[in-house]
Design a protein around this ligand. Structure first.
Ligand code: SIN
Length: 325
């Protein structure tokens, strides 16, 4: 089938606030996430009626609890649907809290050659004025109009790339930002207006099938912990983590991502402990706790840097890399 004629969309649900419900319609914070099925979310958007859609409930969770089992289920189902010639794109509904991590993992593992569009909401489905229906409608517009593959995030009329996107606000409807890169596009009355190309998430242009198979077969991800440098920081936490590994923990420590201050500086007490960990075989990657910019390399950097990845994405990149060993 000519890919331009493939029109079937798949919408997969994983939970989140977009599927949340509160006891009172005016309550935008005291709700329970992941209560409404994805079929009902789709049925609540009149603009989607008449489109050729399939819906699939892959999970029903608050995304604070996201992890390997749901990522494996998503990756497995996505790989299958993206292979189908009649399917042009897949939309995934997801909680906002770890959306950027799922987007990063899926892009790095799948390198999709069709659009995979993640969307979400900041208000529950039961709100007086929910944002989920508009976001879902915009996500479908993006899924239908994007001409290239990749993982995109749609929220509040903006389209973000998997590499840059981050949740930056606790409450506002436009809770996501792409930092200095800016959004890839916006959606205006169902029309996608493009600003820039998507930034590749890895050096590979095509999927690494062996890496995907290892991920799908894994019982757990290699343990990589995130530590933050700050005023008055110490090394006790890192030393305890390393000691635990040597005391036969079920998941011994394999890596540490340090969210450094500013341009990747790290408190001397923490540096000493992380260096001890490194000398015992723990991989160390340095990122910055600054929400904008990246660690600009210089000879004084104490550890390998994350090549611009935020601390949470650097943690995932290192875990995926360690899975290959
Ligand atoms: C979640 O991440 O599942 C809950 C919060 C949200 O979706 O905004």
């Amino acid at each position: 089938m000519d890919p331009n004629e493939a029109r079937q969309l798949v919408i997969m649900g994983t939970g989140g606030t977009i599927a949340g419900r509160a006891a009172q319609a005016g309550d935008n914070v005291g709700y329970v996430a992941a209560q409404v099925g994805v079929g009902d979310l789709v049925a609540a958007v009149p603009a989607l009626a008449g489109l050729s859609l399939e819906v699939e409930q892959v999970a029903q969770i608050d995304s604070k609890d996201m992890g390997l089992p749901v990522w494996q289920a998503l990756a497995r189902r996505l790989a299958l649907h993206l292979e189908r010639p009649e399917v042009s794109a897949v939309v995934v509904t997801h909680g906002t809290d770890t959306l950027e991590e799922t987007a990063f993992v899926l892009q790095r593992l799948l390198q999709p050659n069709k659009p995979v569009v993640l969307t979400c909401a900041m208000r529950p489905a039961s709100a007086l004025v929910p944002d989920g229906p508009q976001n879902l409608s915009d996500a479908v517009s993006v899924a239908r109009q994007m001409r290239e593959g990749g993982v995109f995030v749609v929220c509040a009329g903006q389209v973000h790339g998997a590499l840059e996107v981050a949740k930056v606000h606790t409450y506002r409807l436009d809770a996501f930002d792409s930092g200095e890169a800016g959004p890839i596009a916006c959606v205006e009355e169902g029309c996608v207006r493009r600003f820039r190309a998507e930034t590749p998430v890895s050096g590979r242009a095509t999927r690494d099938e062996a890496a995907l198979s290892r991920f799908l077969a894994a019982r757990e991800l290699p343990r990589v912990e995130l530590v933050t440098s700050h005023a008055d920081a110490g090394g006790d936490l890192v030393r305890a983590l390393v000691a635990q590994g040597h005391e036969g923990a079920t998941r011994p420590l394999r890596g540490i991502v340090v969210a450094g201050t500013g341009n990747g500086s790290v408190h001397e007490a923490l540096t000493a402990a992380v260096n001890e960990a490194r000398s015992r075989g723990v991989r160390v990657v340095l990122s910055s706790r600054c929400p904008q910019g990246r660690v600009v390399p210089h000879p004084g950097l104490v550890f390998d840097h994350s090549a611009g990845l935020s601390p949470v994405k650097a943690r995932l990149a290192l875990a995926l890399e360690l899975l290959e060993r």
